[in-house]
Design a protein around this ligand. Structure first.
Ligand code: AHR
Length: 321
């Protein structure tokens, strides 16, 4: 019979209680965590993967890691394979919000707890996952909106905005749009004149910005990019079009990765709203608690700030990603 961690722990406890064997007679079995990552689409994601891998090693957790290459079907396959391997806990950052109900039910039926990190899912039954840890993406969108409203307070408008959205159907793309619109929607001078996905990548950000510039040219006053990578791609497109990023076009993005700080220090990006990818330590401690049968909060929100270009040089040396 193969023992999974839970049956082994129960067997150990029973044997030691009856005095049959001391606890030390059993070598501690490592916790096995299956993690299904979104992909490697951005600087943020690379830092997130690194945080998860290094924290697992530090915590002595046996990590099985897979990269879904931004495809939901790959992620579902990876989760199914973790169920088949009877891992102790499954964690994943869902590529998109919907379509995970069936596989989550399969994990529940196999009694494998699931942790959502970074992005959440839309499910009717929230007992399908134990906890969701990560940022408040709506608030990130609001922070971007508030910064813009303040920056444009003396501008009578119209303020024409182009928006580079994240991956279609993903929680950060949906929520960052929602939060931003909630704030700028209070003043009709703000107008989103174009909005399209750049799939969170530099290459796509550049390509879509080129199309925006071709269609709208000098009418564009502001670029709101749902992540830094798309903003950095777009900056290239703006420069190639003979315009000055952060001067001719005000640029706001989200993540606050090192690449964004470099762009701010070069005077090419106005502001970046922080979204921390350093979720590894929190994840490992939740995994240990879950396996030990301790309660964990249903929602763990990451605390984050906002960095305008004026503070970039002073903050840069302190950045960890
Ligand atoms: O889910 C977090 C988002 O995904 C980050 O903002 C983005 O850079 C990443 O790819």
């Amino acid at each position: 019979m193969t023992l999974n961690r839970r049956t082994l722990t129960a067997a150990m406890a029973a044997a030691s209680l009856t005095g049959a064997l001391p606890l030390s007679a059993f070598a501690q079995k490592k916790i096995v965590l299956g993690f299904a990552q979104v992909g490697a689409e951005s600087e943020w994601r690379t830092a997130n993967t690194e945080s998860i891998k290094s924290s697992a090693a530090e915590a002595g957790i046996d990590l099985k890691f897979s990269d879904a290459q931004q495809k939901q079907e790959n992620q579902i396959k990876a989760i199914r394979s973790y169920i088949a391997q009877k891992v102790d806990v499954i964690a994943f950052s869902p590529v998109v919000e919907t379509g995970f109900e069936t596989v989550l039910r399969e994990a529940k039926a196999a009694k494998i707890p699931v942790v959502l990190t970074d992005r959440s899912v839309k499910v009717k039954d929230d007992s399908l996952y134990v906890t969701f840890m990560g940022s408040d993406f709506i608030e990130e969108g609001r922070k971007a909106g508030r910064w813009l409203v303040d920056k444009m307070k003396d501008n009578p408008g119209p303020v024409n905005i182009v928006e580079l959205q994240g991956t279609v159907g993903s929680a950060p793309a949906i929520d960052r749009k929602k939060g931003f619109e909630e704030i700028i929607g209070k003043d009709p001078k703000f107008k989103i004149i174009r909005s399209q996905t750049g799939d969170f990548t530099r290459a796509k950000g550049k390509e879509v910005m080129e199309a925006f510039l071709k269609a709208e040219g000098k009418k564009i006053n502001v670029l709101y990019a749902h992540n830094d990578d798309m903003a950095i791609g777009a900056i290239q497109a703006i420069e190639e079009a003979g315009m000055k990023p952060a001067k001719d076009i005000t640029i706001i993005s989200i993540d606050a990765v090192k690449g964004a700080f470099e762009a701010m220090m070069a005077g090419k990006l106005n502001v970046s709203v922080e979204c921390s990818p350093l979720l590894g330590p929190q994840l490992m401690s939740a995994v240990k608690d879950i396996v030990a049968g301790k309660p964990v909060p249903k929602r763990i929100i990451t605390q984050e700030g906002i960095f305008p270009m004026e503070v970039a040089a002073a903050e840069f040396p302190k950045r960890k990603y």
